[in-house]
Design a protein around this ligand. Structure first.
Ligand code: NAD
Length: 503
């Protein structure tokens, strides 16, 4: 048997690695080469039951642990993550195909930031309720109580970041979690569990199961699960929400988008092009908040395209561990085929004008090392003169495909930007801040930017509108998604208000 670069990934519960009893396994693939890198053992229903039982058993004690003590443990985990940043980032690079220049600067760091944020929030009284004096002799008070054993289900584009954005507020609030990573990017998951354990998180508080949609579906319908936090496609999210609703489980849904990047007529063109590039080619376009519908005022379209074509030369595919590389392959073969089919559709069916790239093999591959020739590499692609009715403009491609849409008036662009069932993100580029605020206020999206694109700090709550999601992650509001309210009214007058008194 050929040995693979990484040890097999299996389950983690009761504070230690556990083997799966399903007998089912799959190979995890390095997207830059299409070669296998690890064996993944999928969980059976009884494996999932065992992981949920572990989370359920750990809940009473963890939820009763003083918030400041939970905070101390989670801060220790954040510091281990930072110490091991480069090692974890290199694993994310192998798993996702994202350049190390990106994973080492963003993926682990933004996860650790959120862990630190929520640990500090609960340690500083962020879970305190209200006290309300009703009358001189009656008080009401409210408490924020943990929900129970929760489930996190992740997508493949930001594996460790998603695992942390879910587990950090979950654990900080006193809940326990069973986490299922995407079957395409599982490597981080058991390592994160080990880090939590090393930091002092008690057994059963953070658990991991591996597998695909069937394992996810079983988790979401599990009767002992109190909440499901899901990141993935809208179509999967609809199934997850429906399944969770059957058991009246709380849900948070972080789903797909087709966001509008609006370049207003007075925008600084260089700045707008930089923003549009980040909104389309960062992570090879595999970012949920991508601004793939780039609305450019007709008066500046020519100049915008000229600067954009210059900047496209700065996209550098190559050795993913080279710090100068800033563009990797797509995550998996099915996703690669999906993105290529959209590029072909743009040319053949939508009849959009191909300005750059397209579905052909990237030229640089011809002179690249043999081992990367079968990787899932595509060309960054720009279509122009696009119309709102085109499929490449309407549907989430989740790859490096930009559509430029010319417009005439601000009223028109706002209406067209909002003409979608999705509402994850949006942004405007302009020198006129008054106009920026007016336009942003009209855009139907949960995450909006002015003169920048993509930054999502721990302090800022993020979540989609319309079909793009339910609820938010991060920021002060993020913790509310992991607690339930208990109100208590205390009567001190010595008399119970009653209508059943003697006449
Ligand atoms: P996906 O929906 O295919 O899979 C996501 C997860 O759901 C995986 O772990 C998968 O195994 C699991 N799953 C599949 N079927 C299931 C079922 N029936 N029940 C329960 N779980 C099931 O999504 P993906 O392709 O992994 O991720 C890409 C999508 O994620 C894009 O649409 C992207 O926009 C979105 N995304 C959104 C955000 C956000 O914050 N809004 C962040 C990252 C990615």
């Amino acid at each position: 048997m050929v040995s693979l670069p990484y040890p097999p990934r299996s389950l983690y519960y009761d504070g230690k690695p556990q083997s799966a009893n399903s007998g089912k396994s799959s190979q995890n693939i390095d997207p830059s080469t299409s070669l296998p890198i690890a064996e993944i053992h999928s969980a059976s229903h009884s494996d999932v039951d065992a992981a949920v039982a572990s989370a359920t058993k750990a809940f009473p004690s963890w939820s009763q642990t003083p918030a400041i003590q939970r905070s101390r443990i989670l801060l220790k985990a954040a510091s281990i993550l930072r110490e091991r940043n480069d090692e974890l980032a290199a694993i994310e690079t192998k798993d996702t195909g994202k350049a190390f220049s990106e994973t080492s600067a963003v993926d682990v760091v933004t996860g650790a930031d959120v862990l630190e944020y929520f640990a500090n929030l609960v340690g500083g009284g962020g879970l305190n309720g209200e006290t309300i004096q009703l009358r001189p002799d009656a008080w009401a008070y409210t408490k924020k109580e943990a929900l129970g054993a929760c489930v996190g289900i992740g997508a493949w584009n930001y594996p460790i970041q998603i695992a942390l954005w879910k587990s950090a507020p979950c654990l900080a609030a006193g809940n326990t979690m069973v986490y299922k990573p995407s079957e395409f990017t599982p490597l981080h998951s058991t390592l994160l569990a080990e880090i939590y354990t090393a930091a002092g998180v008690p057994p059963g508080v953070f658990n991991v199961v591996q597998g695909g949609g069937d394992v996810g579906a079983y988790l979401t319908s599990h009767p002992d699960v109190a909440k499901v936090s899901f990141t993935g496609q809208v179509s999967t999210g609809a199934k997850v929400a429906a399944s969770a609703a059957g058991g009246m489980k709380y849900v948070t849904m972080e789903l797909g988008g087709k966001s509008a990047c609006v370049v207003l007529p007075d925008a600084d063109i260089e700045q707008a092009v930089d923003g549009a590039m980040m909104a389309n080619f960062y992570s090879s376009g595999q970012v949920c908040t991508n601004g793939t519908r780039v609305f450019v005022h007709e008066s500046m379209k020519e100049k915008f395209e000229e600067v954009l074509l210059q900047r496209m030369q700065y996209i550098r595919p190559g050795d993913l561990m080279d710090m100068n590389t800033n563009f990797g392959p797509l995550v998996s073969k099915p996703h690669y085929e999906k993105v290529l089919s959209y590029m072909k559709h743009g040319i053949e069916e939508d009849k959009a004008t191909l300005l750059y790239g397209g579905p052909g093999k990237p030229e640089w591959l011809a002179s690249a090392k043999d081992e990367v020739k079968n990787g899932f590499w595509v060309q960054p692609t720009v279509f122009t003169n696009c119309k709102d009715s085109m499929r490449i403009v309407k549907e989430e491609i989740f790859g490096p495909v930009m559509s430029i849409l010319p417009y005439k008036t601000v009223e028109e662009v706002v209406e067209r930007a909002n003409n979608t069932s999705l509402g994850l993100a949006a942004g405007v580029f302009t020198k006129d801040l008054n106009l920026a605020h007016k336009v942003v206020a009209q855009l139907q999206a949960g995450i909006t930017w002015v003169n920048t694109w993509g930054e999502s700090p721990a302090e800022m709550s993020v979540g989609g509108w319309k079909l793009s999601g339910v609820g938010v992650e991060n920021g002060r509001r993020g913790i509310e998604a992991w607690v339930r309210n208990k109100s208590t009214l205390v009567e001190m007058s010595g008399e119970v208000p009653t209508v059943f008194a003697k006449l």
